[in-house]
Design a protein around this ligand. Structure first.
Ligand SMILES: C[S@@+](CC[C@H](N)C(=O)[O-])C[C@H]1O[C@@H](n2cnc3c(N)ncnc32)[C@H](O)[C@@H]1O
Length: 348
């Protein structure tokens, strides 16, 4: 998702109800104006994180030919992240707005086909670093159920290593990736990794870590220049391929209970999600999901944008960063976290 380059819609796109009246009016001018607004908002979000995407999104907003190309795509497929990733997938990384125009002029049909066939989807294993302090406090052994698991790279928190400032939590095997995370003094940095006896993921579109195509697309959704992130992703994919987590196709709104029923009764069941609920645009549906988890025997760990459950941030101290996620356990906020797991500020 676009918060800190996550690969989805912009933050505003995700939680907004639907196309505005200019799109509903269906005129080319209306669609162009809305799309240009969307790309300008995206450029503002990318500012400070990816200079190239700021420039490319700005170029789109000011270019009639590019806006016309986007207007010809289905409304839900005009997302900046999807378009720019599709261009990169087909024609490589454009150096500037002129190269972007040229790529679309030459390869428009292929780019449009990618935009229709694929979705923006990421998997950020570094988020395990901010989940771990919450997980490690629970009575073990644990059964992990991740909704919106993507390729399942966040289902392996017990197999990675972590460096919280100067404190190293070594991985169980020397070949596992080690994630860096800045933790404030209040963070209960675990002394040991939790024991996980069962794990499963649920996703509308599960990605296969064994598939070269799936993983190459995942990597294309990492913004240009975010080299450390891409490297972390590659390392986690290579590691996960040796013993891939199970991720099944399903909707968190309808398929959670049947999957949860498969978890061993003697383990503490944890339902968790990171960077997922903003995709569920309807606030009542998000609340229904929360109610379902609350009714279950599971501990619920939620690491999401604060807009997802707007009232929750009221009981938290001010966020350290405008893009911070809120980490909550059973609906009680306990920490602000950085979107890719780079930092945790515990207050709970
Ligand atoms: C931004 S990705 C985050 C993936 C992973 N949680 C992470 O933090 O790296 C969001 C994922 O949620 C999935 N998703 C969105 N809506 C969903 C739903 N209603 N049910 C299940 N999965 C969903 C998407 O397919 C996507 O893989």
């Amino acid at each position: 998702m676009a918060v800190a380059g996550d690969g989805g819609n912009s933050r505003f796109d995700r939680l907004m109800p639907g196309p505005d009246s200019r799109v509903r009016s269906g005129t080319d001018a209306g669609i162009h104006a809305v799309t240009a607004d969307r790309y300008r908002r995206f450029a503002a979000e990318a500012d400070g994180r990816c200079r190239l995407y700021v420039d490319l999104a700005g170029a789109v907003a000011d270019d009639d030919a590019l806006l016309a190309f986007l207007a010809a795509q289905p409304e839900e497929r005009r997302q900046p992240n999807l378009f720019l990733a599709a261009v990169r997938w087909v024609a490589g990384v454009p150096a500037d707005g002129a190269a972007l125009r040229q790529a679309v002029a030459r390869h428009g049909a292929a780019i449009a086909a990618v935009m229709r066939a694929r979705t923006t989807q990421t998997n950020e294993p570094g988020r395990c670093a901010v989940l771990l302090p919450a997980l490690a406090r629970l009575p073990g052994p644990l059964a992990l159920l991740e909704v919106g698991a993507s390729a399942g790279l966040c289902l392996l928190p017990d197999r990675y290593g972590y460096r919280y400032g100067g404190t190293l939590l070594a991985p169980p095997t020397a070949d596992a990736p080690v994630f860096d995370c800045a933790a404030n003094a209040a963070t209960p940095v675990p002394a040991a990794l939790p024991q996980v006896v069962w794990r499963a993921g649920l996703d509308l579109n599960p990605l296969d870590v064994g598939s070269h195509d799936d993983m190459a697309w995942l990597e294309t959704l990492v913004w240009p220049g975010q080299d450390a992130r891409a490297e972390r992703l590659r390392a986690a994919i290579a590691f996960a391929r040796r013993d891939p987590p199970r991720v099944i196709r399903g909707d968190l709104l309808t398929d959670l209970e049947s999957l949860a029923a498969q978890a061993p009764a003697e383990a503490t069941l944890v339902v968790f999600h990171t960077a997922v609920l903003a995709y569920v645009r309807d606030g009542q549906a998000r609340q229904r999901f929360a109610d379902t988890v609350a009714r279950s025997r599971a501990v619920w760990i939620c690491n999401e944008w604060r807009e997802v459950f707007p009232g929750w941030a009221d009981s938290a101290p001010p966020a350290p960063h405008p893009n911070s996620f809120l980490l909550a356990v059973d609906g009680r906020p306990v920490a602000w976290t950085q979107p890719h797991g780079q930092a945790i500020d515990w207050f709970g």
